[in-house]
Write a protein that binds this ligand. Structure first.
Ligand code: ASP
Length: 285
């Protein structure tokens, strides 16, 4: 089993050491669960990170402009099985709801109150307090700049909140692959905004040859289809390292925005690339 996880395209640099420890222990938990295959490994990894207040997923997620924390996640396997769920207040383990959608429904994406009802029906907890000390402080101090300049806005977000710190994982074991990504979205987004993370081919993607997870500016990632772009490059013969590098270059040229991406292929080769200041990853295998 080869497993690779990310903690977002540029988290708070002052917290890098603790975040790295948590990424490494999440990967360890994922590798333990990997006896049941790559899907179990990526879900276990992402679940651990959703429970950490240091990442933008589950507990510690960003807050939308109406003061509500809503979570999103998506997962996919090499056989095309895919599920995603979004816009869920009170759901710590959005990845568990994505898994329910993938395996228990004929659908790919379920949202809002109906996703919560589905989670309830399959015993996924939906009554969690997702606020943390850090998010309370950020919310109290929020004062976004009036500018339309995206880079200025992103700089402001990074200064205030530590940048993009969505979580994701990819894994391969033999001919089986899986990818999962989970997030609270973007700070101060419109209530009900949904980004790339629960969109197939944007925040996550898997084929018979590769599994990919992305992070960063969700609207740009969705428009560009970053995970699908990288997967297509691997399908065309690129190794994952080159595919990720080229994907980020093409993404930046097309959108001028910020993202990071990780990938693994069927041979167990991994790749990662980002155009943010940093992207923390952890791996096993
Ligand atoms: N991609 C996420 C979103 O836009 C944010 C992140 O990567 O931190 O919802």
């Amino acid at each position: 089993m080869q497993l690779l996880a990310h903690g977002g395209a540029g988290g708070d640099p002052n917290d890098a050491e603790t975040r790295q420890q948590q990424l490494d222990s999440a990967v360890e938990a994922g590798a333990d669960a990997g006896a049941d295959g790559p899907e179990a490994a990526v879900v276990a990894t992402v679940r651990e990170l959703e429970s950490s207040p240091r990442f933008n997923a589950g507990v510690g997620s960003t807050v939308q402009s109406d003061g509500v924390v809503r979570t999103d996640a998506g997962l996919m396997r090499e056989d095309g099985t895919a599920g995603a769920a979004c816009s869920m207040p009170g759901v710590e383990h959005a990845v568990d709801v994505a898994r329910v959608v993938a395996h228990e429904t004929p659908h790919v994406l379920v949202s809002g109150e109906n996703a919560i009802a589905l989670a309830d029906a399959f015993d996924v907890a939906t009554d969690r307090d997702l606020w943390t000390e850090r998010t309370r402080k950020c919310w109290r101090e929020i004062d976004p700049p009036g500018s339309d300049d995206r880079r200025e806005h992103l700089r402001w977000v990074r200064e205030q909140f530590g940048g993009f710190d969505t979580v994701g994982a990819v894994a391969v074991a033999g001919d089986r692959l899986a990818a999962a990504t989970s997030t609270g979205g973007r700070w101060y987004a419109l209530a009900g905004r949904v980004g790339d993370v629960p969109q197939v081919g944007a925040g996550f993607y898997a084929t018979e040859h590769t599994a990919v997870s992305a992070t960063g500016a969700g609207e740009a990632i969705a428009r560009f289809g970053l995970s699908r772009w990288v997967a297509d490059a691997i399908e065309d013969g690129a190794d994952p390292a080159a595919a990720c590098e080229r994907g980020i270059e093409a993404f930046e040229a097309a959108t001028g925005d910020i993202a990071g991406v990780i990938a693994v292929d069927r041979e167990g080769r991994t790749g990662e690339a980002f155009n943010s200041d940093s992207m923390q990853t952890g791996s096993s295998g």
